[in-house]
Design a protein around this ligand. Structure first.
Ligand SMILES: [Zn+2]
Length: 248
């Protein structure tokens, strides 16, 4: 009986907390009306115009299936085409608009829910920034996306499972050999004994695939069984670019 009463109390507290959170959210919405992360018009999520113009990417790579080249991860799913989300990524990364990151993360979750559930993921690891860069920016954009996806999927995020120990140059400016050298020892494990079997790496933009491949290799070496990759945007619409010689 005592437990039953305690149970009821616990439920009531939870209800009150939800009510408080809801009121707080409404107040914040009044003070700072949510905006479309692409064009910045007032809207919750994409505005009707951007929703209509949205360009989707999809499954870029699947081991023994779509896309060629040898990768350490099982599959890569990019939600949007880069040209469509580019302005959203810019507002988030360079103008510090974290709320857009949360909106974009929720949209990633909505669009990719089916495939994410089919992957049976145990936890999420965002692509890390170097500590200096993260301090300068104040946040890691991939972590904000990962946290929104984690809420939807109901699994934890481990932002410090992998650490970036070297600041790397932008991959788009380098050739294939320079890319490989650029990533050598760029990452290390923040924790060495990975007990979780299936890990999802979340990144903002998938360009060369080399960064996520390097992180995936580390996770597998540390004990993960399978690694998948989810990104907000990508230059490639399908696996075709992968077939032109390894990395995108
Ligand atoms: Zn819009």
């Amino acid at each position: 009986m005592r437990y039953a009463i305690e149970g009821v109390k616990e439920q009531d507290i939870k209800k009150q907390d939800t009510k408080k959170r809801e009121l707080w959210r409404r107040l914040l919405d009044l003070l700072y009306p949510p905006k479309c992360p692409i064009c910045e018009e007032p809207s919750k999520g994409f505005c009707p115009k951007c929703a209509l113009e949205a360009k989707y990417a999809g499954l870029l790579y699947q081991k023994d299936g779509k896309g060629q080249g040898s990768r350490s991860y099982e599959a890569v799913y990019a939600v949007f085409r880069y040209d469509f989300v580019a302005s959203g990524v810019y507002h988030l990364k360079y103008e510090g608009k974290r709320d857009y990151g949360r909106t974009l993360g929720q949209l990633m979750w909505q669009e990719a829910e089916e495939i994410l559930r089919s992957w049976k993921i145990d936890c999420i690891v965002p692509v890390p920034l170097h500590a200096k860069r993260q301090k300068k920016r104040g946040f890691n954009q991939s972590q904000i996306l990962a946290e929104a996806i984690s809420k939807g999927l109901g699994i934890p995020v481990f932002p410090e499972m992998v650490l970036r120990c070297r600041n790397t140059k932008p991959m788009k400016d380098l050739n294939a050999l320079q890319r490989q050298n650029n990533l050598k020892k760029a990452f290390k494990m923040g924790q060495n004994d990975v007990k979780l079997k299936t890990i999802l790496i979340v990144d903002d933009i998938y360009t060369t695939g080399a960064t996520t491949d390097e992180i995936s290799r580390l996770l597998l070496e540390a004990g993960a069984a399978k690694v998948y990759v989810l990104t907000l945007g990508s230059d490639a619409e399908d696996g075709s670019a992968l077939q032109q010689g390894g990395y995108l």
